[in-house]
Design a protein around this ligand. Structure first.
Ligand SMILES: Nc1ncnc2c1ncn2[C@@H]1O[C@H](COP(=O)(O)OP(=O)(O)O)[C@@H](O)[C@H]1O
Ligand SMILES: [Mg+2]
Length: 366
């Protein structure tokens, strides 16, 4: 083969590869650009309108996990001395910072918490989630966070960016850095939500992510202390965690080192623990679980991203018996430490879901 032929071929391949890459990044760019535009204020308002009119039901109908609700003694004392009182959504309007959406909360309305948020019941049928303080070294801040930090305007609205700029004025570099981190974290939450919602729109709860201001009452002065932090609000789900359907939970067979690092559990489920379920409803929920499993597997295999759907991140609503997703955190595979199997951490979640599916397939219904 002549040298010029080889040169031409190589050249052709390089061009092809370059075109493919450009196409891919454009595709990714288009997808990302739509993140902030997907959830306009009007869309959120219409999704929440009905629930804003409903009084919150008694806490008994909420999924409960007393370990999650229980705080340590120092924390409980702190909450009594400086009780949370209310929050506002912060935005930028009329050329100035603007507070709207008054939401009263109290330590008694604490509904639960995960690793990243404190969740409060609102007086109407919605919940408010206040982000916990976490360090930039936390495993949640992986490639998706970096994408947000590189292109914040795709994940944060123009008003939010104006607000950030305003808050940074006349501040030292470390305060500025902290503020950027908070806003990028907000963008990342929105990005996680968007990824899951694109794939499973009907299973995902409409969620509004916003920069909020939280007020704590001071026990002596009766004044308030305030803090700017990312928050989100969501429809309140009535039902049970997947975990609460477990009939028996026992530690899985693991060696002592693996157990100390990341304990695994074997679940045996009883699908009809909270009442009999109709055949039609069963077929629908099984199909939904299969879609969730497929999404989790594809994300892990194709993008090396781990969707954190453990048994406390899934609620089955009652009496409808529907699967609903309310926590959207996605981790980079190499940063995720939740799973027992470090090679395929998503398998652990998928196996638990499959076991629940098995328990449903054995059920009769009408
Ligand atoms: N929409 C909701 N309705 C009712 N309870 C909720 C809702 N969202 C969260 N919770 C409760 O709060 C807990 C923590 O919420 P989650 O969003 O998972 O926070 P994190 O991101 O910190 O894990 C959940 O396990 C659940 O008990
Ligand atoms: Mg959670």
């Amino acid at each position: 083969m002549k040298f010029t032929d080889i040169f031409r071929r190589v050249n052709h391949r390089v061009r092809e590869a370059r075109d493919r890459m450009t196409e891919k990044s454009r595709e990714a760019g288009d997808r990302m650009r739509s993140v902030i535009d997907t959830f306009s204020d009007e869309w959120m308002e219409s999704a929440f309108h009905r629930y804003r009119q409903m009084l919150a039901p008694s806490p008994d109908s909420l999924p409960s996990d007393f370990r999650l609700r229980e705080s340590s003694l120092p924390r409980r004392i702190y909450e009594r001395l400086f009780p949370v009182d209310h929050v506002f959504r912060m935005s930028w309007k009329y050329g100035a910072p603007f507070l709207e959406d008054f939401m009263p909360i109290s330590p008694d309305a604490f509904a639960g918490r995960g690793s990243y948020k404190f969740v409060y019941r609102l007086p109407w049928r919605m919940v408010l989630k206040v982000s916990k303080e976490i360090l930039p070294s936390d495993p949640i801040f992986g490639s998706m966070y970096r994408e947000v930090a590189r292109n914040p305007e795709r994940f944060l609205s123009a008003e939010e960016l104006e607000l950030l700029e305003h808050l940074c004025q006349r501040k030292g570099s470390s305060t500025k850095e902290k503020l950027h981190f908070k806003f990028h974290r907000l963008g990342m939450e929105r990005y996680h939500y968007w990824r899951v919602r694109e794939a499973l729109p009907d299973l995902v709860l409409p969620t509004r992510f916003f920069m909020g201001k939280r007020y704590r009452k001071h026990f002596v002065t009766e004044g308030f202390s305030e803090k700017v932090t990312p928050m989100d609000s969501q429809i309140m789900l009535l039902g049970r965690h997947l975990k609460e359907f477990a009939q028996a939970v026992r530690p899985a067979d693991q060696n002592s080192v693996a157990r100390a690092l990341s304990p695994k559990y074997d679940f045996t489920f009883h699908g009809e623990r909270f009442g009999r379920v109709k055949k039609k409803v069963l077929v629908k929920i099984m199909d939904d679980f299969k879609r969730l499993i497929r999404f989790t597997q594809d994300l892990a295999l194709n993008e090396k991203l781990i969707y954190d759907i453990h048994t406390e991140n899934i609620i089955i609503t009652l009496p409808e018996f529907e699967l609903k997703i309310f926590d959207f955190h996605i981790f980079d595979h190499h940063l995720y430490a939740g799973g027992g199997d470090f090679e395929r951490p998503e398998r652990e979640h998928v196996e638990v879901l499959e076991r629940f599916l098995e328990s449903l397939s054995g059920m009769g219904g009408d």
